[in-house]
Design a protein around this ligand. Structure first.
Ligand SMILES: [Zn+2]
Length: 456
């Protein structure tokens, strides 16, 4: 045995119990008691919770966007992940006209591989089917270990949007190939119409970012995507769901037995659209924007009911000077906020405060992401699984500040937010990568996660 974590309280998606964990060669080899400790490092986890590492299935590291590149690259982003108890990061590789799916993923994999401190995977965002040629590549992408694609229903001018016909083709082919189709659902024509109207009226503050993408703009696209998925009996995963009407549509489809899944993000669970009225409102600009209180309440209820399956971050931070480009014009603000290091601590703190159970926190941050996206050996504390383990101190008080985070950004929307409980150790495949506030991992340690398809 290499490592034994003893006397801790194990929390899984369905159970909470006392047990020891034995680790060898980066894998959990046994869960129980009375292990032979000779030659092993023994960690006493008395008073601590022992959790599977979180899986953040939505990040944009080193992402060219809004006239710049997001502030965290594969090193700083995964370093921050490790320090927040995230042991697997799913980044988005954006396919562009003229490139294939596997090409696109391989190019990003080359960037990530020397830098990543925890394991990583990619969803491929498809922006152009090349007259249908890309559909023939779905099986190859699945064989390569990338069984999930994203369709942007927005970002028309940026050349990333897929129209309904393309989305329908992708849904159909995905069903056949065992691929999960992810959608960013907002209505681009409505957004453009509202932006033009506000700019004409001289309404340029961050508040109008919200008003140009209000609840109904997101809800329409949620319902449209669900409509096509139902019609084609295909699986659908809605990323960063943030509005109440969309939650209702997902719930209704799931109640009718359709395989519709939704992700939300900590920023939608914590902040409302009121942040855009603040002096620093531009720092909170992301798409979709934070919504009103009733949407936030609906997200929490759906999370508890199980109609929201995952919580992930959409981590895409920009520096203050970049956010300042939009001081006098909200359309010039790079869209995106920080979150990768805050995901697990925030959701666990909510559990610690009694808002949800700890089992639910593990389910939405680790177990469900692994199952939905084919990480066969992650998301649970079981023999044969990777030793991606977080030790959590429920009694540790923590206040988030950019100074105690491990990213490369110069500000965070989470500044000053207090949490009840905090991770104290993170293991990535049995290797200690975060220890009591400090990153102790290694650049390049993280490996590409080859995933299994929806067909198994
Ligand atoms: Zn995103």
């Amino acid at each position: 045995m290499d490592l034994i974590i003893k006397n801790g309280t194990l929390v899984t998606e369905s159970n909470t119990y006392q047990a020891d964990i034995a680790v060898k060669d980066g894998k959990i080899v046994a869960v129980g008691a009375g292990f032979d400790e000779s030659g092993a490092e023994v960690i006493d986890a008395s008073g601590l919770m022992v959790l599977p590492g979180a899986i953040d299935v939505h990040t944009h590291l080193a992402m060219p966007f809004g006239g710049t590149v997001s502030a965290d690259d594969y090193f700083s982003g995964t370093r921050a992940a490790a320090c927040g108890g995230v042991t697997t990061v799913f980044d988005y590789a954006i396919q562009r006209k003229g490139s294939g799916i596997v090409d696109t993923v391989e190019a990003r994999r080359k960037m990530a591989d020397p830098d990543a401190c925890v394991d990583y995977a990619f969803h491929c965002a498809i922006t152009d089917l090349d007259g249908g040629k890309l559909l023939d590549e779905f099986d190859a992408a699945v064989a390569y270990g990338v069984p999930s694609f994203k369709c942007f229903m927005v970002y028309k001018k940026e050349g990333m949007m897929v129209d309904d016909g393309t989305l329908a083709q992708i849904l159909l082919k995905s069903k056949e190939a065992g691929v999960m189709t992810n959608v960013h659902a907002e209505n681009p024509d409505l957004i453009d119409m509202l932006i033009a109207q506000f700019l004409k009226e001289g309404k340029t503050s961050a508040w109008y970012h919200y008003l140009s993408r209000p609840e109904y703009v997101e809800a329409e696209a949620d319902k449209r995507a669900i409509h096509w998925a139902k019609a084609m009996d295909a699986e659908l995963y809605i990323v960063h769901l943030a509005n109440e009407e969309g939650v209702d549509a997902v719930t209704e489809a799931r109640d009718a037995g359709y395989k519709i899944y939704a992700e939300t993000c900590p920023q939608y669970l914590h902040f409302t659209s009121d942040v855009y009225k603040r002096e620093d409102g531009r720092n909170f600009v992301c798409s979709p924007p934070m919504k009103g209180q009733s949407s936030q309440d609906a997200l929490w209820e759906a999370l508890k009911r199980g109609d929201i399956s995952t919580v992930a971050t959409d981590h895409c931070p920009f520096q203050s000077y970049e956010k300042d480009w939009g001081k006098d014009n909200f359309t010039k603000i790079p869209n995106g906020c920080a979150g990768i290091e805050n995901l697990y601590p925030y959701i666990l703190s909510a559990a610690n405060e009694g808002k949800i159970t700890f089992n639910k926190a593990v389910e939405v941050c680790a177990f469900n992401p692994a199952r939905l996206f084919g990480c066969a050996t992650k998301g649970a504390l079981m023999p044969g699984y990777d030793a991606d383990i977080v030790l959590y101190d429920p009694n540790k008080a923590f206040t988030i500040s950019k100074d105690n985070m491990h990213s490369d950004y110069d500000h965070t929307i989470w500044e000053g937010v207090s949490l009840k409980g905090y991770p104290v150790k993170t293991y990535s495949r049995g290797k200690l990568v975060f220890d009591d506030g400090a990153f102790v991992g290694e650049k390049g340690w993280g490996k590409f996660v080859k995933r299994v398809s929806r067909k198994g």
